[in-house]
Design a protein around this ligand. Structure first.
Ligand SMILES: Nc1nc2c(ncn2[C@@H]2O[C@H](COP(=O)(O)OP(=O)(O)O)[C@@H](O)[C@H]2O)c(=O)[nH]1
Ligand SMILES: [Mg+2]
Length: 224
């Protein structure tokens, strides 16, 4: 196993600042926001913990969570990591799906500070239909998703190129789109994510966003 490298970002502060439920008003933050999307259990909380260098700031669990909230983690009073509610609705009923859709939709459309959306997919498997839907949905909202392939440590070295290719092809990623293999165990991939969080271009509002193109958005429950 690869050795953990010393992180280049010093965390002076990492706090869960805002938790938004379905009916909550979204915060009008002045700091930049980076959102993380993915199906339940893909490793979203583990990734956020790795980024803030805490064991359990974001709660991790072996069973997919039922609470649908958007959580804003303030990091160094410099930016927010935004934990979007997980999807993967094999057991969820239609009203839960619809509620999830409205909530995520509202956030993606209305946040003025959102700079980048990271989509997490499990590196061991072909992206699911829900993953593809989420990828397209992020695109429709004017962002180019950065894909983080989680649980890298579970793959053998020789399986990695094939897994990368399968993810890129299944999601329909383009040449210049970024795919970052990541492991919460070894922290491999973390530095590459830090670089994106600290990119100079990400300081300027709307920099990464293609806002004029407000086309109709397909809610996931309609698309499936
Ligand atoms: N081996 C390994 N396990 C992981 C990794 N990331 C998450 N997990 C495990 O996958 C499960 C779900 O992780 P969690 O972060 O709670 O997923 P979330 O539902 O997307 O927030 C937990 O048991 C984690 O320990 C990883 O990179 N490697
Ligand atoms: Mg979680």
């Amino acid at each position: 196993m690869m050795k953990e490298t010393r992180p280049s970002l010093t965390i002076r502060k990492a706090e869960l600042e805002t938790v938004c439920g379905v009916t909550s008003k979204l915060p009008e933050n002045s700091l930049r926001e980076f959102a993380f999307a993915g199906k339940s259990n893909v490793g979203k909380s583990s990734l956020i913990n790795a980024l803030v260098q805490r064991k359990a700031l974001a709660r991790t669990s072996a069973t997919p969570g039922k609470t649908q909230t958007i959580n804003f983690y303030n990091v160094n009073d410099d930016f927010y990591l935004v934990d979007l509610p997980g999807y993967g609705f094999t057991k969820a009923n239609e009203s839960v799906k619809a509620q999830w859709g409205r909530m995520v939709e509202r956030y993606l459309r209305s946040s003025r500070q959102l700079r980048q959306v990271f989509l997490l997919v499990d590196m061991r498997h072909k992206p699911t239909g829900d993953d593809c839907m989420m990828y397209d949905w992020i695109l429709h909202n004017g962002f180019r998703p950065v894909v983080v392939a989680t649980k890298l440590d579970k793959l053998k070295k020789n399986e990695i190129p094939k897994a990368r290719k399968l993810i890129r092809e299944t999601l329909g990623m383009e040449e210049g789109d970024v795919l970052i293999p990541f492991s919460a165990e070894t922290k491999l991939g973390r530095e590459e994510i830090y670089r994106l969080l600290l990119e100079p271009g990400k300081d300027c509002p709307e920099a990464s966003r293609d806002l004029p193109e407000k086309k109709g958005v397909n809610l996931p429950e309609k698309k499936a």
